[in-house]
Design a binder for this molecule. Sequence first.
Ligand code: PEP
Length: 252
Amino acid sequence: MRKKLLLGNWKMNKTRPEAKEFAQGCGEMVEYAVKHGIDVGVAPTFVCLCPVIKHAPKELIVAAQNVNEHPSGAYTGEISIPMLQEIGVEWCILGHSERREYNGETSEACNLKIKALLAANMIPVYCCGESLATFEAGKTKEFVEEQIRTGLKDLTAEEAAKVVIAYEPIWAIGTGKSATKEIAEDTIGYIRSVLRDMFGEAAETIRILYGGSVKPNNIAEYMSQPDIDGALVGGASLTLDSYRGLIEGLVA
Ligand code: PEP
């Protein structure tokens, strides 16, 4: 049985005081989620990681939005795994479509980061998803399969079991145009079949999230699908009210 997971991606939003306010206000809803056996977390900007860790309940998962695979050195503007670990961060998002588009992050680069994170006992959340053109050309599955096979290349089944996958069709991110639950389930079911081919039975334990305009009023639809294990949520994870709505939808 895979544990459900809600992860909020704050992207480049919130000042430190705003992040602190969220962290101080989320206690009850985190407790409610934990009581219902659900993992919940947020991915703040680097500068907001510390305030969230300091003021939120320890059960709230706190993820970075990126990391560099080298432990230290001449990599201006980068943050390393030991730096994240030193402040208590154990999770990290990788390969988000915005980073792929604006920062040239490739699946090969994600593969190096995923291996480095796993070697440090951290949990990678690896994002994949196709553009509107690829979707309309009917090539979603082959596109996403390539991202999965490259991003998770050379992992053992034991390592793969620790990874979380997020399927996020680019045309649904921040557009208000979410994929139907049938489309999401169809692609996520396919991703699981690829994982089965790569890692055997471990595929049954890998959590696969859907992301793309998930809101409090549609999250339950996705959760009713057998292969969808939770959601990676951008816009609707930013306010306490909306985040609470997402948790309630997940529990329903
Ligand atoms: C995201 O940033 O991962 C995302 C899915 O954004 P939104 O929920 O706003 O579409």
